[in-house]
Design a protein around this ligand. Structure first.
Ligand SMILES: CSCCC(=O)C(=O)COP(=O)(O)O
Ligand SMILES: [Mg+2]
Length: 228
């Protein structure tokens, strides 16, 4: 019996193009000035150091760091210091009303129904916890953060690694088989399944699918048997 849902964001409850066409270009446009202006602030300095470590270049200049970050944005790399910095940069965009956090209407309705049925809701995204909370705080449906019990990002590990899901499970009051993981990406679903979770693919964009996971095209197709 499913007691909790762990959901991905991009491609599952949020449109991919919101992330690729709005959030990533905004971060790329503002990142150089943001890093130059704030690199001495502890929250930014920590990420700059982490980029140098990732590059294996302890003496990399700030320009080298910025170049690496812009390349990673262009390549959609899920590298933790990039994701942490993106969250800090998007804050201004949300606060200024440059954009709101996209949520599919069917996803919003689904989350409300699950919450009303006392299914505990958790989030696991490559976007930083700060980025997740901003998207939900400034969503198209207003502040929906009260729906979620907790948030996880790549600080627990990559989304294609079974160990990441095992680490999340140590922080949830549920057995693995009581947690349903939702994602659009087969390799993420494979990893969650290897950790013992139930899985369901959101197959919204004709992406790769697998016989190993049930799939639905939107949450209007969600059947209560997925909670059994
Ligand atoms: C949390 S909003 C930003 C989304 C993001 O940066 C990202 O990389 C999306 O990854 P996901 O794991 O949600 O598919
Ligand atoms: Mg996704």
């Amino acid at each position: 019996m499913i007691k909790a849902i762990l959901t991905d964001i991009e491609g599952t409850i949020t449109r991919i193009t919101f992330v690729k066409d709005i959030l990533f270009p905004y971060a790329a446009a503002h990142l150089p000035d943001f890093v130059r202006a704030n690199h001495a602030e502890p929250a930014v300095a920590e990420q700059v150091t982490a980029v140098r470590q990732e590059l294996n270049q302890p003496t990399a200049t700030l320009d080298d760091v910025i170049d690496a970050l812009l390349t990673w944005i262009a390549e959609d790399k899920k590298i933790t210091p990039l994701k942490q910095l993106q969250g800090l940069i998007w804050q201004t965009g949300y606060e200024q009303g440059d954009f709101t956090g996209h949520l599919y209407p069917d996803a919003m309705a689904f989350l409300n129904v699950m919450d009303a049925q006392d299914i505990a809701l958790y989030v696991y995204s490559s976007g930083s916890v700060k980025a997740q909370q901003l998207l939900f705080a400034y969503s198209d449906f207003g502040d929906v953060r009260p729906l979620f019990k907790n948030y996880f990002d790549t600080k627990v590990g990559g989304k294609k690694e079974p160990q990441s899901y095992q680490t999340i499970l140590t922080q949830l009051p549920y057995h693995a088989h009581e947690v349903l993981f939702l994602s659009d990406i087969v390799e993420e679903l494979d990893a969650a399944k290897a950790a013992g979770m139930a899985t369901l693919q959101l197959w919204r964009d004709n992406q790769a699918s697998s016989e190993q996971h049930r799939k639905i095209s939107d949450f209007e197709q969600f059947d209560s048997e997925y909670l059994a």
